[in-house]
Design a protein around this ligand. Structure first.
Ligand code: IPD
Ligand code: CA
Ligand code: CA
Length: 285
């Protein structure tokens, strides 16, 4: 997908998807060299919301590359926004109607990065007038690159992805997270966890929402839900899932859009069952 395909002047003639892939690959390779070597660790919104100089450096690298190719595009990156849900929602509202908007999580899974637990990713999406048209999630530890283009499918290492075929919660492997917002999001998510754990094959919590979404897209997970996420956690993954034949909504079942914070992403077949369960136990936010 490129500027040319949308009949707007090409800036350097660069293809959007190629730029997104280059950014994710370069940032991911650099992050990998910093594993076990970060020098600064600070807290953001809560004692479990961490940031390092590597998060900031990765975002700067991606922002500079994007701006070199597309100087007129808007950019929303986690590290350019004040911590906390209100500030995130406000930052998104300021740019969500931009013609082209890059939505970036420079490291999704910072806690894992800090502890050397090898499950984190770089998440890069491009939205056109609020609709995600390119999504790239890169796992530098496994060198796995997940790529989706609106209307053109989704791929991992060039191979088309498809969601899993599980049709019942009882045969499903789900994932969720333990949100940094301990006041509101964490207790709600725990309600869902308690209700679902006895009903499904099992539940994982890998610690990177973007990678969880990528794993739903390629069928390794049947579904994923979490309360209190941000646009940069979900934008790229949402396109991976929908272009792989899955479904992404908020917890009440409304279709995904950039402002969704409480997400359910599944193979489609179990979507209604999962949303219903979360609503039933009032874990849907
Ligand atoms: C976090 C991860 C984690 C999820 C948290 C997110 P970060 O993002 O996606 O899996 O449970 O809610 O905040 O802070 O590592 O970019
Ligand atoms: Ca994140
Ligand atoms: Ca992050």
């Amino acid at each position: 997908m490129s500027d040319e395909s949308n009949n707007t002047p090409a800036i350097g003639g660069k293809n959007f998807t190629v730029v997104a892939i280059n950014c994710a690959a370069k940032a991911g390779e650099w992050i990998k060299t910093k594993l076990g070597n970060h020098t600064s660790l600070s807290l953001k919104y809560s004692p479990t919301d961490l940031v390092t100089e590597v998060d900031k450096g990765s975002e700067m690298m991606i922002r500079n590359l994007v701006q070199t190719h597309f100087p007129h595009h808007s950019f929303l990156g986690e590290e350019g926004v004040e911590p906390g849900p209100e500030a995130s929602a406000k930052a998104l509202n300021n740019v969500r109607d931009a013609e082209y908007l890059w939505v970036v999580d420079p490291i999704d899974g910072t806690t894992n990065f800090v502890h050397g637990f090898p499950f984190f990713s770089v998440s890069i999406a491009l939205a056109h007038k609020g609709e995600v048209i390119v999504g790239v999630v890169y796992d530098p530890m496994r060198d796995e690159l997940f790529v989706a283009e609106k209307g053109k499918g989704a791929y991992v290492h060039g191979k088309p992805m498809q969601v899993g075929t599980e049709s019942q919660l009882g045969e499903s492997l789900l994932a969720t997270g333990f949100p940094a917002d301990q006041q509101y999001a964490l207790p709600l998510n725990m309600k869902g966890l308690q209700a679902l754990a006895p009903q499904v094959r099992n539940i994982r919590s890998g610690g990177s929402a973007a990678l969880h979404m990528a794993y739903v897209a390629c069928g390794r997970l049947s579904g994923f839900w979490e309360i209190g996420l941000n646009s940069w956690d979900l934008a790229a993954g949402s396109l991976l899932v929908s272009e792989s034949g899955g479904q992404v909504t908020d917890m009440l079942g409304s279709p995904y859009e950039l402002g969704v914070r409480n997400v359910v992403a599944t193979n489609g077949a179990i979507h209604g069952q999962l949303v219903d369960e979360l609503k039933k136990v009032e874990a849907a936010g």
